[in-house]
Design a protein around this ligand. Structure first.
Ligand code: CP3
Length: 348
């Protein structure tokens, strides 16, 4: 096996690196012919329940793309199953629930999880990966707002109508839901780290739908508790959201190590909003992977130039890789990021 590459962890901790580390959200997925082949006979959840297969496809992306970190193959919905949420992940659509969670009784029925008993296949996948990877493994979970949005809407949503309705109309019920999800997140991430995850990312993909004042009132208290209870884990923490630029002045009060940005906020503007306590991850618009190489390269260069102005930068996309992307281009991008950033950093 290759020597262990800990550049990603160093960047999360704002330590000196010789190249900018890179990984891609949804680096495992339908853009890969091998993944599409496995999906012909296995659903996403079938894969998650088979640790050997799940570890294999998690590692395949690392080997194909030569990225500096691996992300566990799973889905944010997976730990909701043992809490009592019946869902399916529908092709080209996303998570769908048989019966959405709308009432106090629905929320009260949610159970706490015990990861080793309830999600043994996730723990086993992490243990296998720990033995076989030469880069850090990132464990992950969804954040309370984003998970709640699927539970309450019952399907992917544009306006989060029912979610916000519960938030405004039944704040006590909403708060109970946030706290139950918060408990799950803390327990689940601790278990992932105990099993071998070297870093953890909390995906708050849809929280950008909230006004800062609503985030402050209805979401922030739970996020604050999650990060303070995770202070003891020996793994850097990453908090990521789409369209969350206006929330950054609030996020800067959270005890996370890394803040993930989407492409709507430049690395520079993001740093101005959060100060210099955090490492920053991001933020190429994933659509640029469909642009001609010269356009893609120029945009990647601009991001790297801003990123390396300060210690603590991890290259990523502003959101996940689309199925339409050519894997060879993604690999070329990795090579470019490594080589260009190494040459720039060596002159510093
Ligand atoms: O490589 C990786 O990124 C690891 C795997 C991963 C998946 N889901 C697999 C998956 C991760 C980290 C997730 C997290 C996830 N799941 C998030 C947060 C990240 C984000 O994208 O914002 C969210 C919001 C979900 C919920 C979800 N799951 C949606 C909205 C969809 C449909 C999207 C689509 O493109 O169809 C899914 C399905 C899903 N999860 C796919 C994958 C590879 C695509 C469909 C499939 O392969 O069956």
């Amino acid at each position: 096996m290759q020597p262990f590459n800990d550049t990603f962890i160093k960047a999360c901790l704002k330590q000196k690196v010789d190249h900018v580390p890179v990984w891609y959200m949804r680096q495992v997925g339908r853009y890969q012919p091998e993944y599409r082949k496995i999906k012909e006979t296995n659903s996403l959840l079938d894969i998650v329940h088979q640790p050997e297969l799940c570890a294999e496809i998690t590692k395949l992306a690392v080997d194909q793309l030569n990225v500096d970190a691996s992300i566990l193959f799973s889905d944010i919905m997976v730990p909701l199953g043992p809490m009592g949420v019946k869902y399916d992940i529908v092709e080209n659509r996303g998570p769908v629930l048989e019966k959405p969670f709308r009432t106090a009784a629905d929320i009260n029925s949610l159970r706490p999880i015990e990861p080793e008993q309830d999600l043994p296949y996730v723990i086993e996948t992490i243990k296998i990966l720990k033995q076989n990877l030469h880069v850090p493994l990132i464990g992950f979970t969804g954040a309370p707002f984003t998970l709640a949005s699927y539970m309450i809407e019952g399907a992917p949503s544009r306006d989060y109508l029912r979610t916000k309705e519960m938030m405004y109309s039944a704040p006590t019920v909403w708060h109970t839901l946030m706290e139950k999800l918060g408990d799950m997140i803390i327990t689940y991430l601790k278990a992932q780290v105990s099993a071998g995850a070297s870093a953890v990312q909390i995906f708050d993909s849809w929280v950008g739908a909230l006004a800062p004042q609503d985030y402050r009132q209805y979401v922030y208290p739970t996020m604050k508790r999650i990060f303070s209870e995770l202070a003891e884990i020996d793994a850097p923490k990453i908090y990521f959201g789409v369209g969350s630029g206006e929330l950054l002045p609030i996020w800067k009060e959270l005890d996370t190590n890394v803040i993930g940005l989407d492409w709507r906020v430049s690395i520079q503007a993001g740093r101005e909003r959060i100060g210099n306590r955090f490492a920053v991850q991001g933020n190429l618009d994933p659509t640029l992977l469909l642009a001609p190489w010269s356009v893609l390269e120029r945009r990647a260069k601009e991001i790297i130039d801003m990123g390396i102005e300060q210690p603590g930068f991890i290259f990523n996309l502003g959101h996940g890789v689309f199925p339409e992307v050519d894997g060879a281009k993604l690999k070329d991008l990795t090579t470019f990021i490594h080589e260009y950033s190494a040459s720039q950093l060596s002159q510093k």
